[in-house]
Ligand binder design. Structure first.
Ligand SMILES: Cc1ncc(COP(=O)(O)O)c(C=O)c1O
Length: 345
């Protein structure tokens, strides 16, 4: 089993804390499929209010939130507009194509953020031989953008462009609460600019599993049917929903610590001649290797030997993600190991 003293491979690597485990053990439960689980119902009500929507649905993963949303908003043969580097395109096993029968039109972006002009340019004309543009998909924060944040202004502009053209707007909010903490903008303000959105419990919030998808009643009713069809309906899921409620109470404000730690890591590495460090906006730091002699896989392996987990994203880039289980001391250790490893290779 791989074990890292400092694991910066992802913010999904957190383990439930003692407090979270206690909350899970004490959870009231019932049959989730029949809406009888009081803890799941409470989590959904909390998340819906937080995201500014009337209702919400508990799902096993963020990937399923995106897929179910595509299935509800789109028909086979229709098109989704999304950033070139979006997780939907790169990392969801093409579920939108394989299961929903949709096609994604990628738009060029700056760290995953794009303009209303880019949306308008990507819209298809109404012609029998072209796909129907149906959905605008945005990611908050943008994973491959280095945790970049859609501000309210930029989001409002692209949402308006999409709505004007009759599209729906969906937000992959895997790290929406990182954006909330980084900007001070409440989540429901982002929610007001989308038809559907979700938050992930198993990333910075530190839960073992789960995500909550929110929208209006008609959207959530249709999403509930897809959840069932895809095998995502659960039974006594209050045990895991309790972790989500605990996280909403205890692990939101502390995301600022993760952002500080990401900045700390970037600062420690800023003068290293072999690296170009992309300034993090939230909790994700990209390290580009300047020298062709050094490749990201070799560096990642050398770091693993030093007990530091940082994964390559391609031949010339690594990604480090800060989270609940890594403190400032861990970040300094990681920076020291990176500096030592790049010198030695
Ligand atoms: C931006 C983004 N969207 C969606 C997902 C998928 O979430 P999950 O791992 O809960 O399926 C991830 C996971 O890393 C992500 O970073």
């Amino acid at each position: 089993m791989i074990s890292f003293a400092v694991d910066l491979r992802s913010d999904t690597k957190t383990r439930p804390t003692a407090g979270m485990r206690a909350a899970m053990a004490a959870a009231s439960v019932g049959d989730e499929q029949l809406h009888e689980d009081p803890t799941v119902n409470e989590l959904c009500a909390r998340a819906a209010a937080l995201l500014g929507k009337p209702v919400a649905l508990f799902l096993p993963s963020g990937t399923m939130c995106n897929l179910v949303s595509v299935l509800v908003h789109c028909r086979p043969g229709e098109e989704i507009i999304a950033a070139d580097i979006s997780h939907l395109i790169s990392s969801e096993s093409a579920g939108a194509a394989a299961i929903a029968g949709t096609q994604i039109r990628s738009v060029r972006s700056d760290r995953g953020i794009f303009t209303p002009e880019a949306v308008r340019a990507a819209l298809r004309p109404e012609k029998i031989n072209v796909p129907v543009s149906r959905l605008l998909h945005v990611e908050q924060t943008v994973n491959r953008g280095g945790g970049s944040v859609w501000t309210l202004e930029t989001l409002a502009a692209v949402s308006a462009a999409a709505w004007e053209a009759g599209l729906k707007v969906h937000m992959d909010g895997a790290r929406i609460l990182n954006a909330v903490v980084a900007t001070g903008t409440p989540a429901d303000a982002f929610g007001a600019l989308c038809d559907s959105l979700w938050l992930d419990l198993s990333k910075g919030l530190g839960c073992p599993v789960g995500a909550v998808l929110a929208g209006d009643e008609a959207f959530v009713a249709a999403a509930r049917r897809w959840k069932f069809r895809l095998g995502g309906a659960m039974r006594q899921a209050g045990v895991i929903a309790a972790a989500g409620l605990y996280a909403l109470d205890h692990h939101v404000e502390r995301l600022a610590i993760d952002h500080d730690n990401a900045r700390r890591l970037a600062e420690c590495l800023s003068g290293v001649p072999q690296l170009r460090v992309r300034t993090p906006e939230t909790n994700i730091v990209f390290l580009d290797l300047i020298d062709d002699v050094l490749d990201a896989t070799t560096l990642s392996r050398a770091l693993a030997e030093r007990g530091i987990g940082i994964d390559p994203v391609d031949a010339g880039t690594l990604r480090a993600v800060t989270h609940l289980d890594v403190d400032a001391d861990g970040v300094y250790k990681a920076a020291e190991a990176i500096i030592a490893a790049v010198r030695k290779i």
